[in-house]
Design a protein around this ligand. Structure first.
Ligand code: FAD
Length: 322
């Protein structure tokens, strides 16, 4: 078998990509996952809202388990960045940043996710998902009744602070980008009416406990330490990794998220699917997982039905499907 030819190449080996790989691996298709090895799921130290993990699970652990599970199903992995996606008559060519790959696939699953924008602050990344959060739907519960510091930018941070009043009355909002992004009067009035402490200040550090690494507060450029029990970040301007998609004419919303068919997760380009945070949804792990499976089911239908590929694959591998 020419190993550079695949039934499906999955771009992005985070949550959506891995779940898609497991589902497609169980159909015994030839699957390659190309992942550059970062992503939101690598950042989150503890997911608290996942079925079966009441004590939480880190993104790294879920990814490790997912990859093992997919490899047992003969899914191949390479660590690399996809830099080019070209559509030919009935297949796709993929280039990577290593430049030494010429990879061909009958179908493609885009699962490149997005990147949250936040400043590089000592101490911040090691708290993400554990005691500092990004998503009130995922982790509002974790700040219930706790002194919470929102680190953010302009109206985006103000809006997060206001949202968190559902959970706690003790909120301080620090506008880190106060020099370029001010908070509009409309938001300022709401912050005041909700008794949210609001300050402009340049963050220099997230202060953590020596004992357990938990969030203790933040330090500002003027030397002040603002104490808190939990943190949230809200800087806005997240980067959706849909450049490759847009290059081949895939339809996206103005905010760069890929539009897919709600039933199949296929994009407007025949043969290309999208799943996870790169698509239009609530940017949650379980949704990314579900979409990975959903896309895989319809990729399988395409491989079996329209193109007769599965038949030739079955013949090559002498697999008897009933
Ligand atoms: C700090 C934090 C906490 C979170 N907490 C929760 C929570 O508690 N509950 C919850 O439900 N959700 C939570 N989320 C959201 C959750 O992590 C995402 O919804 C989920 O990771 C989306 O999965 P994905 O596969 O779409 O993207 P990702 O997991 O980000 O995976 C995308 C992958 O694609 C790769 N990639 C991108 N571009 C390329 C390329 N060109 N070539 C090759 N590879 C590429 C990236 O390196 C990455 O590995 C949290 C997110 C963050 C950042």
């Amino acid at each position: 078998m020419d190993t550079s030819k695949y039934d499906c190449i999955i771009i992005g080996g985070g949550i959506a990509g891995l779940q898609g790989a497991i589902q497609l691996g169980r159909y015994k298709h030839r699957i390659l996952v190309i992942d550059k090895g970062e992503g939101r799921s690598s950042l989150c130290r503890n997911y608290h809202n996942i079925l079966g993990w009441p004590e939480g699970v880190s993104g790294k652990e879920l990814r490790r388990l997912g990859r093992l599970q997919a490899e047992r199903l003969s899914v191949k992995f390479i660590q690399d960045e996809v830099t080019g996606l070209t559509r030919l008559e009935n297949r796709f060519m993929i280039e990577t940043s290593n430049g030494n790959q010429s990879l061909e696939a009958l179908t493609v699953l885009l699962a490149m996710g997005l990147s949250d924008r936040f400043p590089s602050l000592p101490g911040l990344e090691s708290c993400l998902g554990e005691t500092v959060y990004v998503c009130p739907d995922c982790d509002g519960y974790e700040v219930n009744g706790r002194k919470t510091i929102v680190m953010g930018s302009g109206n985006v941070g103000a809006s997060m602070a206001l949202m968190l009043t559902y959970w706690t009355k003790d909120i301080t909002y620090i506008n880190h980008e106060w020099q370029s992004r001010t908070v509009d009067d409309e938001y300022l009035q709401k912050l005041v009416s909700q008794e949210i402490v609001h300050m402009d200040g340049t963050l220099t550090e997230v202060v953590r406990s020596d004992m357990d690494g938990h969030f203790l507060g933040v330090r500002l450029a003027d030397g002040r330490m603002i104490a808190g029990e939990r943190g949230f970040i809200a800087f806005g301007g997240n980067h959706v990794h849909s450049e490759l998609a847009r290059q081949v004419g895939i339809q996206c919303l103005d905010n760069k998220h890929i539009i897919t068919d709600s039933r199949t997760k296929m994009t407007n380009i025949q043969g290309i699917w999208a799943a996870g945070d790169i698509g239009v949804h609530a940017e949650q792990l379980t949704i990314a997982m579900g979409e990975g499976s959903q896309a895989a089911i319809w990729i399988h239908k395409e491989l079996v039905g329209a193109r007769g590929v599965a038949q030739s694959y079955r013949r090559d591998h002498q697999i008897d499907h009933h």
